[in-house]
Design a binder for this molecule. Structure first.
Ligand code: PEP
Length: 249
């Protein structure tokens, strides 16, 4: 049985005051039936990890460098994330693939370093609107999956997030059939590559304009093991609605 995961990606949002939102969330979920994760900006990671140390809510980074240390001004290593209390790291988010030209081979190198440093890599995959309209979605997802995920991944070290680029922050959401098709395809590819047991143990999140109002129907889709949530994870009251829906799914 895969344990469901509700993950919040705060992106480049939040200063000290945002810690209170996470603390409020922690008060509501002292022993949840699902895994909870918040990935704040790097500047808040250490303080957030401390603030949540008595809570089951995990923390994670939003990126890491593929190298363990060195002359990489402005970057953060997997070891540094771990040292700041993180247990997860988001990698290959479409905003990074787009803005920093991150290719799948870069994501794979980062994921390998993350795993070696004891972090669970949340590897993001997603097609653009043009790619979907050209009926290339499964080819794109298959290529990103094969290229971005390192060998030796397990259900403990890897989470996949399917995030159609055109659904992120837009309010647009794929149909349930479209979500089911891509999640089923990812599951089949994971099983083909890692075998039945490991392929079935790796969680697959959906991400892209998830809100409390659409969460229940998205979580009813087979092979949706939770959500990666951007905008709606910034306020405890919004994120709670999604968490509650996932707990009931
Ligand atoms: C994201 O960026 O990972 C995301 C899913 O954003 P949003 O929920 O705001 O669409």
């Amino acid at each position: 049985m895969r344990r469901k995961l509700a993950a919040g990606n705060w992106k480049m949002n939040g200063t000290s005051a945002a810690l209170t939102e996470a603390e409020n969330l922690a008060k509501s979920y002292t022993s949840p039936d699902i895994d909870l994760l918040i990935c704040p900006p790097a500047t808040l990671l250490s303080r957030l990890s401390d603030a949540l140390s008595d809570s089951p809510i995990a923390t994670g980074g939003q990126d890491c460098h593929a190298a363990t240390s060195g002359a990489h001004t402005g970057d953060v290593s997997a070891e540094m994330l771990k040292d700041s209390g993180a247990t997860y790291v988001i990698l290959g988010h479409s905003e990074r693939r787009d803005t920093y030209d991150e290719e799948s081979e870069d994501v794979r190198a980062k994921a390998r370093t993350a795993m070696e440093n004891g972090l669970t890599a949340v590897v993001c995959l997603g097609e653009s609107l043009a790619q979907r309209e050209a009926n290339n979605t499964l080819d794109i997802i298959g290529g990103q999956l094969a290229g971005s995920v390192p060998d030796g991944a397990t259900g403990e070290t890897l989470v996949i997030a399917y995030e159609p680029v055109w659904a992120i922050g837009t309010g647009l959401v794929p149909t349930l059939e479209q979500i089911a098709e891509v999640h089923g395809f990812i599951r089949e590819r994971l099983i083909r590559r890692f075998g039945e047991e490991t392929g079935n143990a790796i969680r697959i999140l959906y991400g892209g304009s998830v809100k409390a109002s659409n969460a229940t129907e998205i979580f009813s889709v087979a092979d949706v093991d939770g959500a990666l949530v951007g905008g709606a994870s910034l306020k405890a009251s919004d994120f709670s609605g999604i968490i509650d829906a996932l707990e009931k799914a």
